[in-house]
Design a protein around this ligand. Structure first.
Ligand code: HEC
Ligand code: HEC
Ligand code: HEC
Ligand code: HEC
Ligand code: HEC
Ligand code: HEC
Length: 438
């Protein structure tokens, strides 16, 4: 009787296919097993010893530590490295020395940590999840990751349902064939997994389309999540990255307009290239000295001491430049990766977007300059999707308008856009990969 073996073969095939699929799903979201106690301990050690130079998921003075353990696997002794990297470099380890060169030969200090503490830190960074963005933050529209987990469960349930239905179908088919054999008829060919799936879908169009729809929605959500989270490094970390500067320069005091005690200096007085080039630029100390040759007192003794630092950098002795000047080394607040092309001139002069739209209330609320927008790909493309390009009085678009009207063969899509008198940045190509990526 061939039934049992044929049946079990068929059934295992189905089960394998389904398991593979469920596995594939979980790969996209799986995290290594997280141990809350170890995580907490690791977080403490990390904050106390490593956070000055490292972030779990973003490069800072040192590399992002997420995945470091895996990167060292088979290449070197990560414990020895962390305890004393300089000594470890002396062993000639190739990976460590390459890393050291890549990080511009800035050495990592020796760390008085035990192996157990290192295990905890590595567990913490590998499982690090950025805290949810604060309510009312600049960008909060990215879907919660939880929503996609719900979809995953629905989908998995749907698949289990499918397995049951299909295996029942398979049993029915086997039984049918057994009967046919007994009756001396030719057995029906086995259609295999996809064949069975197709036959089932054909017979159950309603269910098939519901499942199909679920699958599509799930995939779209995954893609959307992915796009929005590229470059999200955590709400309290990079989004409000606020490094200590060599001189406590205060934007509120210099550029604030709401409070009349503030100086209301125009942004472009200091960031003079924002309107005409890629970079907004940081002013040189000479720009400060335009005023501070005369203004040598701040609003407090501390402020006055900070102004003295400008003098030290410019060699000003109160009457003349007698000392040797050296540049003020401001710490960069914003850091887009090298593969992204961003131009201030395009946004400020052509797009007519206010600085504050991207930099937040730097002149009203930030005594210390900080990164206000997430600078993720999702942030860029969301604005490109929402923002209409400024047509009025913009020579470039007047020209587009003119050409589109004159040439009957003009780009059909563009003409359709023009008919509703609304053109978003996206419609003009602001979602094209090559516009932003080299
Ligand atoms: C003073 C800054 C500083 C401190 C503090 C520091 N590191 Fe580092 N770390 C670096 C730098 C810089 C590098 C890159 C290699 C180099 O230049 O030596 C690095 C590299 C590493 C690497 C290798 C990463 C890779 O991609 O392979 C690990 C792991 C590491 N650090 C772990 C730690 C741990 C754990 C702590 C805290 C116990 C710590 N570091 C504290 C600066 C620091
Ligand atoms: C008197 C000169 C001056 C004025 C006016 C001024 N800034 Fe600045 N700005 C600076 C200096 C100096 C720095 C570098 C130090 C720092 O980050 O605080 C800076 C830094 C910044 C940064 C962070 C740059 C980075 O490193 O990524 C932004 C953003 C910025 N300014 C925006 C503005 C905007 C918007 C205005 C107008 C509302 C403005 N600034 C007005 C002098 C000025
Ligand atoms: C559409 C968003 C947007 C607008 C509008 C905008 N910026 Fe920026 N700004 C950015 C981004 C993104 C960066 C980071 C660029 C990088 O790292 O290459 C940045 C960086 C800077 C910096 C750091 C130095 C530099 O040039 O990279 C300064 C200073 C600055 N902006 C000032 C301004 C000022 C002043 C205005 C208004 C005149 C302005 N920005 C308008 C998005 C914007
Ligand atoms: C257009 C004139 C002007 C320019 C340009 C200017 N400042 Fe000032 N700054 C002032 C004035 C005025 C005060 C004192 C405000 C007061 O006492 O009310 C001041 C105060 C300060 C203080 C003391 C703040 C405090 O809390 O007391 C510092 C520090 C300072 N400026 C740094 C700079 C630096 C750095 C630059 C160049 C990037 C710069 N300023 C450019 C006008 C200017
Ligand atoms: C606040 C809204 C806003 C944000 C945020 C924004 N952009 Fe834009 N972007 C615009 C507008 C508006 C234009 C169209 C300017 C024009 O041509 O009129 C534009 C145009 C561009 C263009 C030229 C597109 C073309 O068709 O030639 C590039 C490239 C670009 N942006 C890159 C970026 C990148 C990279 C980021 C994120 C780091 C970003 N933008 C963030 C509003 C924004
Ligand atoms: C409007 C500008 C913009 C457009 C259009 C855009 N990107 Fe991006 N993309 C960015 C920015 C900004 C980042 C960096 C985010 C970060 O790392 O902080 C980025 C990052 C990425 C990364 C991650 C790289 C890394 O360092 O991990 C990939 C991959 C990527 N983009 C692919 C694409 C593809 C594919 C397209 C076209 C479908 C596209 N991008 C279109 C702005 C854009």
């Amino acid at each position: 009787m061939p039934l049992p073996s044929r049946f079990s073969k068929n059934f295992t095939g189905l089960l394998h296919a389904t398991l593979a699929f469920v596995l594939l799903l979980s790969v996209t979201t799986a995290h290594a097993q997280k141990d809350p106690a170890l995580y907490g301990q690791g977080e403490k050690v990390f904050k106390g010893n490593c956070a000055a130079c490292h972030k779990p998921d973003k490069d800072m003075t040192g590399p992002a530590l997420k995945g470091a353990k895996a990167r060292w696997e088979g290449k070197g002794d990560i414990y020895a490295w962390i305890k004393n990297s300089t000594a470890y470099l002396g062993t000639g380890n190739a990976y460590a020395n390459a890393l050291f060169t890549q990080w511009a030969k800035s050495p990592m200090t020796a760390n008085a940590v035990t192996d157990a503490e290192i295990d905890a830190v590595l567990h913490y960074v590998d499982n690090y999840a950025p805290p949810a963005p604060a309510q009312g933050g600049p960008v909060t529209t990215a879907p919660e990751p939880e929503s996609s987990t719900a979809w995953q469960w629905l989908l998995i349930l749907g698949l289990l349902f499918l397995v049951v239905v299909l295996s029942l179908g398979g049993v029915k088919h086997q039984l049918g064939n057994a009967v046919r054999e007994v009756e001396g008829k030719q057995p029906e060919a086995d259609l295999g997994f996809w064949g069975n799936l197709g036959r089932w879908a054909g017979n159950n169009k309603g269910w098939a389309s519901v499942l199909g729809l679920l699958l599509v929605v799930f995939m779209v959500l995954q893609a959307w999540d992915w796009a929005f989270n590229i470059g999200v490094y955590g709400g309290d970390t990079v989004e409000h990255y606020k490094p200590t500067q060599p001189i406590k320069f205060n934007h509120t005091l210099h550029a604030g307009k709401a409070d009349k005690n503030n100086l209301q200096i125009n942004c472009v007085y200091c960031h003079s290239s924002a309107e005409k080039s890629k970079h907004a630029g940081i002013p040189s100390a000479n720009v400060c000295m335009n005023c501070h040759q005369a203004v040598n007192e701040g609003r407090s003794p501390e402020g006055t001491a900070e102004i003295q630092k400008i003098y030290a950098h410019t060699g000003w002795d109160g009457k003349a430049y007698t000392g040797t000047p050296d540049a003020i080394e401001w710490v960069k607040v914003h850091n887009l990766p090298d593969h992204v092309a961003f131009s201030h001139a395009t946004h400020v002069s052509v797009g007519k977007i206010e600085c504050q739209k991207c930099h937040g209330p730097i002149d009203e609320k930030m005594d210390v300059a900080e990164q206000w927008a997430p600078l993720t790909m999702g942030w860029c493309i969301q604005c490109h999707n929402e923002t209409e390009v400024q047509m009025a009085g913009n020579g470039y678009y007047d020209e587009i308008h003119r050409r589109l009207k004159e040439t009957p063969m003009g780009n059909k899509e563009l003409r359709e856009y023009l008919e509703d008198e609304k053109i978003t940045v996206k419609e003009l190509g602001g979602w094209e990969c090559a516009k932003c990526h080299y």
